[in-house]
Design a protein around this ligand. Structure first.
Ligand SMILES: NC(=O)c1ccc[n+]([C@@H]2O[C@H](COP(=O)([O-])OP(=O)(O)OC[C@H]3O[C@@H](n4cnc5c(N)ncnc54)[C@H](OP(=O)(O)O)[C@@H]3O)[C@@H](O)[C@H]2O)c1
Length: 288
């Protein structure tokens, strides 16, 4: 029997996995938690840890066809989804032009399209009292040179969540956008893969994922539209709302290695990308 369930994406690590642990502990009335990620082994390990049975979906959520098993299971079981947690997401640090094309588009596919698709697929199975928890980020508050696609994708999540919350209020479904600052998870292992590192100060203010998720679930329970962990990040959210964004933008490091590269190195890069580039003279200007 799996009448009352929670569905959690990004459940194989970090805050998604922690949501599963805390939901299982705080809501023993859940018959099952459906968990989604690509690393099945991690999900199987999590299933051994928690007191509520898990149903495992091994899926790359950035591919539409990988939702088939989930759609089938929803149609077949007709569950009441009490919680939908969209935690799957990733970011890669680096200037836009340094980013690998697939990484840049992949962030939009997972953070924006997959979150939208999963919410759309699951919503018909939610009713009054259900909660949707969307992991945005404090990066949603401002454009971020050097992390531009990620910040833009999270602005989308925040905007969508707030509007969706208004649309669903008459049905008694609450939507919470979660906007933490840096949190100590595997997120930064992936974010720094391109060789660009987060600013040093962010390492000093890393939040504990257990505490962030505790606040997230409390805020979702209370029906808050936005959950921001820590006074520091709450102050940042207010500052980003009241001050012109132009004041903040020069503070970010754009991290553009290609823009700073020597003219000949830059020309080689563009030629590799299949573009015609005139040879550079000694002054760095094109010879033609
Ligand atoms: N950590 C931070 O500082 C921070 C701050 C603010 C917001 N956030 C946001 O919070 C959410 C959770 O992040 P986290 O810190 O817990 O990161 P994390 O530990 O790296 O977890 C990311 C999760 O997303 C899943 N995922 C990645 N690509 C996927 C794909 N194509 N299909 C399905 N699942 C995929 C991963 O599972 P598999 O690899 O097994 O697929 C993993 O379970 C993300 O949306 C992130 O953007 C993080």
């Amino acid at each position: 029997m799996e009448k009352k369930i929670a569905i959690v994406s990004g459940a194989s690590s970090g805050m998604g996995a922690e949501c599963v642990r805390q939901l299982a502990a705080a809501y023993p009335g859940l018959d099952r938690i459906w968990v989604i990620a690509r690393r099945k082994g991690r999900l199987e390990q999590l299933a051994k840890e928690v007191p509520v049975p898990l149903k495992i979906f091994e899926a790359d959520l950035s591919r539409k066809k990988e939702y088939a098993a989930l759609r089938r299971a929803l149609e077949e079981k007709q569950p009441q989804v009490r919680f939908l947690v969209n935690a799957a997401g990733f970011g890669k640090i680096g200037s836009f032009e340094d980013l690998d094309e697939d990484d840049a588009c992949g962030m939009a596919q997972l953070n924006v399209t997959a979150l939208t698709r999963l919410t759309h697929v699951v919503l018909p199975y939610m009713a009054a009292g259900s909660r949707i928890i969307q992991f945005a980020s404090s990066a949603a508050f401002l454009p971020q040179p050097g992390f531009a696609v990620y910040a833009a994708s999270k602005s989308y999540v925040l905007s969508l969540s707030r509007a969706l919350g208004r649309e669903l209020a008459p049905r008694g479904i609450r939507v919470t956008a979660v906007c933490p600052g840096p949190v100590k998870t595997e997120f930064f292992d992936i974010a720094e893969q391109g060789g660009n590192h987060i600013p040093f100060y962010k390492n000093l203010v890393m939040a504990d994922p257990v505490a962030v998720v505790r606040k997230t679930l409390r805020d979702a329970e209370e029906g808050r539209a936005v959950s921001v962990y820590s006074l520091r990040m709450q102050a940042f959210a207010v500052a980003a709302k009241v001050l012109p964004h132009g004041l903040f933008l020069p503070l970010f490091r754009p991290e553009s290695r290609k823009a700073e590269a020597a003219p000949e190195e830059r020309r080689t890069h563009l030629l590799h990308a299949g573009k015609h580039v005139p040879e550079a003279g000694a002054d760095g200007e094109p010879k033609e």
